[in-house]
Ligand binder design. Sequence first.
Ligand code: EPS
Length: 397
Amino acid sequence: MLRYLTSGESHGEALIGIVEGMPSGVPLTTEVINHHLARRWLGFGRGGRAKFEHDLIHIYSGVRFSKTIASPIALRLDNAAYTKDKSGWPHVMSIDGGAEGIERVTLPRPGHADLEGARKYGFNDIRPVIDRASARETAIRVACCTIARQLLKQFGIEIGSHVLRIGDVGIDSEDTYMDQRDQLLFKGAEAINDLADQSQVRMIDPELSRACVEHITEIKRSGDSLGGVYEVIVTGVPPGLGSYVHWDRRLGGQLAQAILSIQAQKGVEIGNGIENSSRPGSKVHDEIFLDPSNNYQRRTNHAGGLEGGMTNGMPIIVRGYMKPIPTLIKPLETVDIESGEAQPTRYERSDVTSVPAASTVAEATVSWVIANAFIDKYGADSLDEMQKYYHSSPHTG
Ligand code: EPS
């Protein structure tokens, strides 16, 4: 089993990750992690922090000569904000000493972890909640999960994503983009990234992309924020990952958790799950046929590559629904946790939208789930041994 832990506050000195359970021999470089960290910063609508936060990973252990060596892998990512901001973060986030002279944050933002986090842990200053609940933590998750992605890559499994909608601008029906997307999928899911990464909002349609940038600009002017929808696609997946035999082994449930574990995600859809719920069964289920080489195939992929909690060999399609960012220029009503007085929220530097970033983080968390299911089926101590199991399996041999 693969495991990882993350630690770190958004304005503390650094984020830390530890990955355990990776077999030996998996190609891994600083460069490949930095590539995915840079992709996480893509997207129009990010705030001031995007201008100076250039994430570069430090790998401390578990890798030798660009390959994993089976020992735990330790990672560190520095927060540039800690030293570059004028806010005195080394003092505000100090490890030693006391809170003397520090201005407390006492106005919880609706929609953020602020109020419930402070009440749960008994804080009279919301800062510790803001800093750990922050989506800054997704940077170290991307780094950890890139290692899982590297394992999958050795078996031809690719992960891609693109944004479907931001606010109310985007794809309004399945049919308008299905063909374009499916053409790209023949080349593997990374072909989606090649196109989406060129768009300012990670959309594959250039006209929608432009309309979306305008929409975000207007919303920013009005002091508001936006959520949206994206989809993650996994190609090259063998059939039979996950299982129907027990609830916690169903891959659909694990993928839903992987999406909802990302800050601000409020909904998940597998394949066309939402639209399928209002269609008759004859228009939903993917018919089975044998191709000339005697392989089972499906005529459609409404199921998003999963049946009975298992992969069926079709691309996995998972959609994530993100709520608008809770930090708004336009104030909302709140209550000061110190005085109990009704107050308007106070604005802190923030993004207008981060749906494009969320799509790349979701690629990472989905990779982790697929890699775990893959190890469950073909797991071994080294990549070489895994390759042998994989190629001798009735599913993939
Ligand atoms: C975030 C608020 C902003 C974002 C941050 C997430 O940070 P700051 O308050 O320092 O401007 O930039 O996202 C990141 C730093 C990141 O790496 O994605 C929040 O409150 O969740």
